[in-house]
Design a protein around this ligand. Structure first.
Ligand code: TEU
Ligand code: CA
Length: 562
């Protein structure tokens, strides 16, 4: 099957089903709810959705813990609903990629239940069970710590054995060394591709191969052992195997969530000849406001650092002909409004959100929009520990309760960084539950639904929503955005982000003021004859940029002037 690389022309909208739209008044979003909003997606102009997990799951990590890959979590609907959704989307020329969570399953998966109960079951080798150390095996097999601030080992009741989980206890890691596990994964892939799914967002795909020594590592502040479980020795081999045995037969795409990978490692996953993944989803730019990639340790945002990260990734991907994703939000990140130097001040909120949107959207790669981002939705209003829903946040609370020393440092950053911030119900209108549901939703609706909601945004011609529509249009019309080379125009400026996209088709300039002050900018006079494709202000000045001003400029072809 020929690969058309359609994903290079895609604008992908991420749906977090639990919080998108409730169709049957139980307070939980569902697949029928998504179906009822396809016209909204169409209006926005996106041409692909990424559906966060809808599979059957005990929801310890909101679906990133799957107990049955072949059925749907009941409150979300059933397989027929999913088929209907695929049909309706395709009729509207919108593709759909699903979340593929195969680094781990849920501990409620049949495989794990059998493995846990019976040491001699064949499923034992689907996971990692290791004997503890010391007298009575009371010590864990090694000192590794996982992503949710706890040991990666949980003991099997009344047994010397422990099982490995890089995330929560309810998310045991699959043993990819076992060929049978890989065959199971291929079966899942084919099942959904044959159903009409267009591709997969591959959850924590850089963790699937582990160094097999299982030795303790030098202790780290977080993620001790990561050199043994990130970008492991057989990662490339496993991905290539999935490609040759499955992906190559479908015109599908794969985007790998490449946690903790640097540019060099990421390139190796997407160089087309290697036949591994279509694109990567990296976090270097979302780590600019923390230290050591640890989100709990806040670091002041510096524009120069932000630009440097983008320049590095843009150059590397262009040169290796790989492909990147462009995003500023997802279900694991706090909202971008109020982040990356943008402002929550009502005077500047919209202006600065449009500015940030313009800046990330027109680079090379496939842009992603996380539900509500197009409305300028803001962080959840989290006030007490009881407000947390997310397993990661709850684990942090336990950690703080057990360790008074870390408490003062972590408390503030927990509220600031909790993943719950991005998971509040979608704000469709002003009604009591924001049009998400007619009953009290599983998570509290943000009070600001009264002035941040889809209904108002759609009506207002200069809203953020309508601005995103224009950005999407520009991407559709201008081939330079897809193919052009990226050139940083003023890497030294601490206030202005400016870059050029250039190809045989011409050039496009993006200039953004990341401050709330008027900034003198030489580039304005340099490009004064270029025409304005889009801006968040009405008339352009050739000397100064106004607060959070952003513009997209294009050099007209000579003959077009006549
Ligand atoms: O996330 C993996 C991941 O490493 C992070 O984005 C993670 O949420 C963050 O480091 C925690 O601070 C993926 C999913 O996107 C996430 O929702 C899941 O919880 C996780 O994998 C496990 O499946
Ligand atoms: Ca529902």
């Amino acid at each position: 099957m020929e690969h058309t690389n359609w994903y290079k022309d895609a604008v992908i909208y991420q749906i977090y089903p639990r919080s998108f739209k409730d169709s049957n008044d139980d307070g939980i979003g569902d697949i029928q709810g998504i179906i009822s909003k396809v016209d909204y997606l169409k209006k926005l102009g996106v041409n692909c959705i990424w559906l966060s997990p809808v599979y059957d799951s005990p929801q310890e990590d909101n679906g990133y813990d799957i107990s049955d890959y072949y059925s749907i979590y009941k409150p979300f609907g059933n397989i027929d609903d999913l088929k209907k959704l695929i049909g309706v989307l395709h009729e509207n020329d919108i593709r759909i990629i699903m979340d593929l969570v195969v680094n781990h399953t849920s501990f409620k998966h049949e495989w794990f239940k059998k493995a846990y109960e019976d040491k001699n079951s064949k499923y034992r080798n689907y996971y990692y069970f290791k004997k503890g150390k010391g007298k009575n095996y009371n010590k864990k097999p090694n000192n590794w710590t996982g992503f949710f601030s706890e040991s990666t080992w949980t003991r099997v009741d009344n047994s010397p054995y422990y099982y490995l989980h890089l995330f929560a206890k309810g998310q045991p890691d699959l043993n990819w060394e076992n060929k049978e596990v890989r065959e199971e994964v291929k079966k899942i892939l084919r099942y959904y591709l044959d159903m009409g799914i267009d591709g997969f967002r591959c959850d924590v795909i850089t963790l699937i191969s582990k160094k097999q020594d299982f030795k303790s590592r030098f202790p780290k502040v977080a993620l001790t052992g990561k050199d043994a479980f990130v970008n492991g020795p057989r990662l490339h081999e496993f991905l290539h195997e999935l490609y040759t045995d499955v992906y190559k037969d479908y015109d599908c795409m794969t985007v790998g969530e490449t946690v903790l990978s640097n540019v060099k490692e990421a390139k190796e996953l997407v160089i087309p000849d290697r036949e591994e993944l279509s694109m990567v989803f990296n976090f270097d730019h979302t780590n600019v406001d923390n230290y050591f990639g640890i989100k709990w340790i806040e670091r002041k945002f510096k524009l120069k650092r932000f630009k440097k990260v983008y320049a590095r990734w843009q150059k590397a991907m262009y040169e290796c002909k790989g492909w990147n994703s462009l995003f500023i939000e997802n279900h694991d990140q706090r909202r971008s409004t109020g982040r990356f130097n943008t402002s929550l001040d009502p005077k500047y909120k919209d202006l600065s959100s449009k500015m940030l949107a313009t800046t990330y959207f027109l680079m090379q790669g496939t842009p992603f929009i996380y539900q509500g981002q197009e409305l300028g939705m803001t962080n959840a209003d989290l006030k007490t520990y009881d407000d947390f829903e997310d397993v990661e946040s709850k684990n942090m609370v336990t950690l703080m309760q057990n360790n008074i020393f870390v408490r003062p440092i972590l408390k503030k950053s927990l509220f600031r960084q909790s993943r719950d911030n991005a998971r509040t119900p979608m704000q469709w209108d002003k009604s009591q539950y924001a049009g998400f549901s007619s009953v009290k939703p599983w998570m509290k609706v943000n009070e600001n639904k009264n002035y941040i909601n889809a209904e108002d945004e759609i009506k207002d011609p200069v809203s953020l929503f309508n601005y995103y529509k224009k950005l999407i249009d520009i991407r559709k019309k201008e081939a330079i955005i897809k193919d052009g080379k990226y050139i940083d125009l003023n890497s030294k400026s601490t206030k202005v982000f400016a870059y050029k996209r250039i190809s045989n088709n011409g050039e496009i300039i993006i200039i953004s003021n990341f401050t709330n002050k008027v900034v003198k900018e030489k580039l304005l006079s340099k490009y004064k004859d270029y025409c304005v494709l889009l801006s968040n202000y009405e008339n352009k000045d050739n000397i100064n940029l106004r607060p959070y001003e952003t513009m997209v400029l294009k050099k007209e072809k000579q003959n077009e002037h006549n």
